[in-house]
Design a binder for this molecule. Structure first.
Ligand code: NDP
Length: 256
């Protein structure tokens, strides 16, 4: 295989959770441009179909699969629907996530649980369904979206930190259990990226200055800057890479 073909996703199907906007949307678009057929996901059926339509308008192959990633029955039903349509998920990107900022002493159990369910348990649910189908095929790629908080804590986002730390270890667990079946599971840890999730932070001059000062790149990241790493981890270029967490953060986690 030539070096450029190593990164070719032609003939592969990628399910990207939370891909109606933000990082998931950018990853979907990039994987589509690399040749993958896309399955777009979000909770809102209209927004999900609209995103799939926009990707099709851009000349990519995309279908919508709207479901809540925290709902075990809905996740199973989505995979059964794909089975019925003869669609095999070759690449799973567990990207859907939420943030909730609140001091821990004020945090309710319900908010703790919601963040853990959305950012961590969902990756188990989706990963389990995907792997059940990848194992007999002896091939598959799973990419879990972690965070700088997979390794470092920050005040007021503890459930998010716990979930993203869990993503790092879930990724290793997937590699341990499924590596022998030709499946590679790796994680990406994005730094501070310009998406809706960070709108409040970007428009806060103090926080904005902190991010720019704290990041060697001197700026926030753009969602499309995750695409190269995502394609690498989805493609044959990473066939002997398993259980890793790669930070795409402008260097932030490497410096004090
Ligand atoms: P956005 O808020 O921009 O997008 C989140 C996406 O997830 C939307 O498509 C949303 O659609 C979907 N989503 C949320 N909850 C669910 C659910 N229960 N079921 C299905 N879909 C859901 O977030 P980002 O793009 O910023 O973040 C994407 C991922 O990257 C998250 O895991 C986040 O933690 C992580 N990350 C982001 C960073 C950043 O700086 N932005 C940094 C590090 C990590 P809908 O609401 O319609 O369901």
């Amino acid at each position: 295989m030539t070096a450029t073909r190593l990164f070719d996703l032609t003939g592969r199907t990628a399910l990207i959770t939370g891909s109606t906007r933000g990082l998931g949307r950018a990853i979907a678009e990039g994987m589509g441009q690399a040749g993958a057929a896309l399955i777009v996901n979000g909770r809102d059926p209209q927004a999900t179909e609209a995103a799939a339509q926009e990707l099709r308008d851009a000349g990519l192959s995309a279908r919508a699969a709207s479901f809540d990633v925290t709902d075990e029955a809905a996740v199973e039903a989505a995979f059964h629907e794909l089975d019925a349509d003869g669609v095999e998920v070759d690449i799973l990107v567990n990207n859907a996530g939420i943030q909730h900022r609140q001091p821990m002493v004020e945090l309710s159990l319900a908010d703790w649980q919601r963040v853990i369910d959305t950012n961590l348990t969902s990756a188990f649910l989706l990963g389990r369904e995907a792997a059940r189908r990848m194992i007999p095929r002896k091939r598959g790629k799973i990419i879990n979206i972690g965070s700088l908080t997979s390794d470092l804590a920050r005040a007021t986002v503890t459930p998010y930190t716990v979930a993203k730390g869990g993503i790092k270890m879930l990724t290793k667990g997937m590699a341990a259990e499924w590596g022998a079946h030709g499946i590679q599971a790796n994680a990406i840890g994005p730094g501070y990226m310009l998406t809706d999730m960070n709108e409040a932070l970007v428009s806060n001059p103090e926080f904005d200055a902190w991010v720019k000062g704290r990041t060697p790149a001197g700026r926030w990241g753009r969602p499309d800057e995750l695409v190269g790493t995502a394609i690498y981890l989805a493609s044959d270029a990473s066939n002997y890479v398993n259980g890793q967490l790669i930070f795409v953060d402008g260097g932030m986690i490497s410096v004090l």
